[in-house]
Design a protein around this ligand. Structure first.
Ligand code: 6LW
Length: 508
């Protein structure tokens, strides 16, 4: 029988445990190790994978879909399409991941002996409709596949074939929209069906039902939603899309998505939906979620901090495959457009299409994981054009762009594209720079979430600021969609080169 929640202890560190756009977390435990997968949408490679020993400190160990045969996202597909919510499970010695490519082949299954990869070629599951697929095995080895809605079928996960008709098994709380993110667990005497409902915005919440068999009938928890922050002024909002897991001491925890809105009303979140950790107790054989807070009370087991990710990437790589796993491109990473060997010690980008305004932009970036932070890149536009970008999607990005003549600050906000300032470019490679500063004090109800400063480092004049922009236009509340900001470099015309890239959280 599950144990009760651990006793409170001093605060050890902050939630989110996975900052930046890491939505739809799915977690599994194998012995003393934990593994977690998230959605990745239009970015390539897809489905970032993380490892932890304490549920608090996570290290990215790879990406499950890192080959074109696994991940086909059409270059003209829309932003926030691509790879939706995964489920990661361990069964009979193998890691199983089921996920939806909404811009391609729908639901697919990959397996691995080692979650760091390689992951198998995909097994497509056209019999499985919709999004948010879950896999759960019962005692006799039957695999149950549940999807948003909430419907279920028996599945042969090796072939992707359904072995029974699709059955509606629960619709969530009457009146609540979007019953999704289902996960099915056998815990004690019951099968529990955990779902998100209310939509992934401010109305998001987590509900649960239980049954004596994996196929129901399911009895809703009398106090659903078991977690929501809707209609509160809690600093963590949009809470939903959770997965349950037991800690090293047998206590229960939930990893879920949430956002951290900043600024005045309505509050803008710019880092996307992040992964948070919250304790779970059990009362009358129902899960009771503890307080979700930006500060985590100590867990009742030793923490195992992980080495920090170095701030600088030098791109001194013999092959693109040596890029660290947190680097992401848009929809593909064709060696025709990305190279670390053409100019040894440099990343070389060959433009395709219309630069960042196009869905097939040649871009390499990493998630913004801190509300206040900065990025510097040593950039050589050669005879091309490109630069450093703070990107939300093709229609919402701020850039410091350089070509043979000029360096300029450019803002793309919906249908508008504006060059805010331009200066003659000093000769030779140039450090392009952005500094992002979270709003600390509200001037008024309309204060934005942060300020994005764009500029370059002049050999004689130091940091030359070209523009300071309100960050609200690079927020999900303005742009829409399911991702969060990604900071990185791009080619808009011809060929450009980058010697190194440095990401620094702001101190304090
Ligand atoms: C995901 C759904 C959701 O498939 O948003 O918040 C969708 N939850 O479960 C995209 O992340």
């Amino acid at each position: 029988m599950p144990t009760s929640a651990p006793q409170a202890a001093p605060t050890v560190r902050a939630n989110p445990v996975l900052a930046g756009f890491h939505p739809d977390p799915s977690v599994c435990r194998v012995g003393d190790d934990y593994y977690l997968a998230c959605s990745s949408f239009e970015y390539y490679p897809g489905v970032p994978l993380f490892h932890s020993r304490d549920l608090v400190h996570w290290t990215q160990i790879g990406n499950a879909l890192d080959r074109p045969e696994q991940l086909n996202i059409p270059l003209d597909s829309r932003s926030s399409g691509g790879v939706y919510a995964p489920t990661l499970r361990h069964h009979e010695g193998l890691f199983w991941l089921i996920v939806t490519n909404v811009s391609g082949d729908g639901n697919l299954i990959v397996t691995a002996a080692d979650p760091a990869g390689p992951w198998s070629a995909p097994v497509f599951a056209p019999d499985v409709p919709g999004i948010d697929p879950d896999l759960a095995w019962d005692e006799d080895g039957t695999c149950w596949c549940t999807v948003a809605g909430v419907s279920q079928r028996r599945l042969d996960p090796a072939t992707g074939k359904a072995l029974s008709p699709t059955r509606q098994i629960w619709s969530g709380t009457p009146g609540a929209k979007a019953p999704e993110a289902p996960h099915l667990y056998r815990i004690g005497a019951y099968w529990y069906l955990l779902i998100a409902e209310g939509g992934t915005e401010r109305g998001h919440g987590i509900s649960v039902a239980r049954a004596r068999t994996p196929e129901g009938p399911f009895e809703p928890c009398p106090v659903n939603p078991i977690l929501t922050h809707r209609s509160t002024d809690h600093p963590i909002q949009n809470t939903g899309h959770a997965d349950l897991v037991q800690g090293p001491d047998g206590s229960w925890w939930m990893l879920l998505l949430g956002v951290r809105p900043a600024g005045g009303t309505p509050g803008w979140h710019v880092l996307g939906r992040e992964t948070f950790l919250v304790p779970v107790a059990w009362q009358a054989e129902w899960p009771v979620v503890g307080e979700l807070s930006l500060t985590l009370t100590a867990l009742p087991w030793p923490l195992e901090p992980v080495p920090a990710v170095p701030a600088r990437d030098d791109f001194d790589l013999a092959d693109l495959s040596e890029l660290r796993p947190h680097w992401i491109s848009l929809r593909d990473r064709s060696p025709r457009h990305f190279s670390t060997t053409e100019r040894p010690g440099w990343l070389t980008l060959h433009a395709r299409g219309d630069g960042l305004d196009a869905t097939d932009a040649v871009f390499l970036g990493r998630r913004q994981t801190d509300p206040s932070c900065g990025m510097r890149v040593l950039f050589d536009p050669a005879a091309g054009r490109g630069g450093l970008a703070v990107r939300l999607d093709e229609e919402h990005h701020y850039t410091v762009e350089a070509d043979a003549r000029e360096v300029r600050a450019v803002a793309r906000i919906g249908p508008l594209r504006t060059v805010l300032a331009a200066q003659p470019r000093p000769p030779g490679p140039l450090v392009l720079r952005t500094e992002i500063t979270e709003t600390r004090a509200l001037r008024d109800a309309r204060t934005g979430p942060d300020t994005v400063t764009l500029g370059f480092e002049h050999p004689a004049e130091g940091f030359v600021v070209l523009a300071c922009l309100d960050g609200r236009y690079l927020s999900t509340e303005v742009a829409g969609g399911f991702t969060g900001r990604v900071l990185g470099v791009y080619a808009a015309a011809g060929t450009v080169h980058i010697d190194w890239c440095e990401y620094q959280p702001a101190s304090g």
